[in-house]
Write a protein that binds this ligand. Sequence first.
Ligand code: SF4
Ligand code: SF4
Length: 458
Amino acid sequence: MSADNGIYILCTKDGYHVKEMAAVENYMWDEDRGKETKDPDVWIKNAREMWDGCTCHETIEEAYAEAIEILKKIKREGWFVEYGIVEINVSRNFYPVDMKASYFQKNGLRRCFSPEYNWLMNMSTGYFMRWGKNTDEDPQLSPFGPEILDIEISTRCSQGCPQCYKSNVAEGDNMSLDNYVAIMRKIPPNVSQIAFGIGDIDGNPDLQKIMEHTREIGLVPNITINGYRMTDEYFDMLARLCGAVAVSHYGDDACFNAIEQLTNRGMAQVNIHKVLAEETAQSCFDLIKKSKEDPRLAKLNAIVFLLLKPKGDRNTMTVLKDNTVYRDLLLLANELGVSIGMDSCSGPSMLKGCEGVASLDTRSLETCVEPCESSCFSFYINALGEGFPCSFCEGETGWEKGIDLYQVTDFIKEVWNSTRITAWRAKLLGSTSECSDCKFQTGCRACPQFDLTPCLGG
Ligand code: SF4
Ligand code: SF4
């Protein structure tokens, strides 16, 4: 941190942007004339680059709150801020109308506004709504980068679970705090959620700092844990920093004990992640029943079923192809009053399995079920900083190596709209083109990577 720095609040006609930087006077520099200018059009042009990626606050009070947090963090790290917090006024819109999205955060709500793509998220409950020009329109993709980032921060795991699609072992890779910060600086502000993936909870010594940094940049971290090697300190830390925690179900005790520890610390969004395969289908039904019976699950939020993918060196399980299992899981959950969810890979099977079942509201299901959104709304980054459409694509044909995010200077151009991603996206968006007889065809997407969708084409 050099001197000559300050925390600058850029005040524009459409909001307030906060950033710590040195040499702020560069915003007045007129490149063409080779000297400083008082022309606000030049100022705003420079300012858009200098404050790019910062959250846009609706009020100056919110901007000051962020500035004070930045100030405290710099001081905690033992540095100082020479000019303190300074307001810079430019009487122009930061976002040229019709060109970019605006982001606002207020009263626990984060919102994205643009002419054709909009969303709103409740940061405490995770409730998310997306719409297009108006609420009747459902955009097919985000033009401004991912809404959801799935970031693997460690591949170290000693459990050796047979269905592990990552084939993780005790020795593996970690993403350091510095690398995480470097990557997040490249990600556009459209992100609403970050889901961290880790094996052993103690596999990455930077876990807590990574989560704290996520909070500092205005995002709520979520994580999936395996429930093993937990201590009171880890439970406290997750309950303090995370919006949601999912515990993978590999055995009742490790999973249920972890759920109890987290919910007893006041967490409202604690879920179970359960792999759904031919071999585990019966235990998925059993788990729904247990969630009503086992006191450790009294405050569980939901069970989320994750469709097994044919992937992983140790994996000998079989992809579930029977759509009626989805229907029966939902019927049982409804009967017992248990909340369940599915991963987006299961979307088509869920819709098709429930089609025509009188006691299920398939109209609401169509609204709630979002089939595969990889590269349209979500993006995966592995522990080495490589980006892929989703975590399951990593290492598969065409994705033996991901896009090296450390080398990227313009995420939208070099990643989101790159040839590799746009080709993948076209495949995904066209994946149900043969399903003309299906009433779910509009908005349905089937996995372009694996054979997961038995109803495809019908
Ligand atoms: S590409 Fe396939 S495996 Fe990946 S998220 Fe989509 S449906 Fe799932
Ligand atoms: S559109 Fe195709 S993949 Fe989607 S539910 Fe219908 S048949 Fe299945």
